[in-house]
Design a protein around this ligand. Structure first.
Ligand SMILES: [Zn+2]
Ligand SMILES: [Zn+2]
Length: 251
C-alpha cells in the first residue's frame, strides 16, 4: 500500500496550533505547498516562513548566553502570519522535522536561499550522498541466499531470494519504497541506481541457480557470523558445514 503525502498529526503543545490555524486553512497550506512541485521553491518558502529571534534570558555573567537564538515558524492565513510550533509546522506541510532542518541549512547568513545541487541536467554524479544512502539501504533490504555452486566457484556470490527478474524491476520497487520511507527525498534515476548496484553489490546476483540453493548452507552461514559463538562452536559449525557440502557433492 502506498501512503500518499498528507497533513501530519496535530501538535501536542499548549498553544494547540492546529486549532489556531484551522482545519480548512491547514489543508490549503498543505495543497499549495505541494502544488509548486519544485524543490527549490519549497525550500525557499520554508526558509521565508522561519525567523530567528534571540532568546530572552536572565542576565548572567556568561556572555555567550546573550547570543542564543530560537527559530519561530509561521504560516500565513489571510495575509496574517500565525506563529506555530515546529511540530505543527512540519505536520501542516506534510514533511518531517529533519526535512525542515535540512532546508534551513541551505541558506546564507543573510537568509538568501542556496540553490539545491542535486541531480542537475542528468549528471547523476552530483546526486547527493543522502540519495546514494537510500539506494544502498534499499538493495540491502532484500534477503539473499548462498548456493553450493557459487560457494565452490566464487564464494562471495549471493543471490537475491526474491522473484525479481531485472534491476529495472528493483528500481521500480525502490521508487515505491522511497516514497513510503523518505517522502521528502527525490528519487535518483534508474541509471544511477544501476550504477550503485554494479559498484557496491557486484557480488549480488539476481538469478539464483534453480536447484543449487540451499537453506542448510544459509543456516551455517548465519551461524558462522554470530558474534556470541565461541571459537570451538565456530570450528564445530565449520566442520558440520563441510560434511554437509561433501554429502551434497557426492549425493
Ligand atoms: Zn503546537
Ligand atoms: Zn547446502
Amino acid at each position: 500500500m502506498i501512503r500518499g503525502r498528507q497533513v501530519g498529526q496535530g501538535c501536542s503543545c499548549a498553544k494547540k496550533c492546529f486549532d489556531l490555524v484551522g482545519e480548512a486553512n491547514i489543508q490549503q497550506l498543505f495543497t499549495e505547498y505541494w502544488a509548486s512541485g519544485d524543490w527549490d521553491i519549497q525550500t525557499a518558502y520554508l526558509q521565508k516562513q522561519t525567523t530567528k529571534v534571540p532568546v530572552k534570558r536572565r542576565r548572567t555573567n556568561n556572555e555567550d548566553n546573550m547570543h542564543i537564538c530560537v527559530r519561530l515558524y509561521h504560516v500565513i492565513v489571510e495575509d496574517t502570519p500565525i506563529t506555530v510550533c515546529k511540530d505543527a509546522f512540519a505536520s501542516i506541510h506534510g514533511i518531517s522535522k529533519s526535512h525542515i532542518d535540512r532546508s534551513l541549512t541551505k541558506v546564507t547568513a543573510s537568509n538568501v536561499p542556496v540553490k539545491d545541487q542535486r541531480g542537475k541536467n542528468g549528471d547523476h554524479h552530483k546526486v547527493s550522498e543522502e540519495v546514494a544512502k537510500t539506494v544502498i539501504e534499499h538493495i540491502k533490504s532484500f534477503p539473499t541466499i548462498t548456493s553450493h555452486y557459487s560457494r565452490k566457484t566464487c564464494p562471495s556470490v549471493v543471490y537475491l531470494d526474491t522473484d525479481i527478474v531485472s534491476r529495472r524491476q528493483m528500481y521500480e520497487l525502490y521508487i515505491t519504497w522511497l516514497k513510503e520511507k523518505y517522502p521528502e527525498i527525490v528519487a535518483c534515476t534508474f541509471h544511477y541506481y544501476d550504477d550503485i548496484f554494479k559498484m557496491k553489490f557486484s557480488n549480488v546476483k539476481l538469478y539464483k541457480p534453480r536447484k543449487d540453493t540451499c537453506k542448510t548452507c544459509d543456516i551455517y552461514a548465519v551461524r558462522c557470523k554470530d558474534p556470541s559463538l565461541s571459537t570451538d562452536d565456530k570450528r564445530d559449525n565449520e566442520i558440520r558445514h563441510s560434511h554437509h557440502l561433501a554429502k551434497a557433492e557426492t549425493g
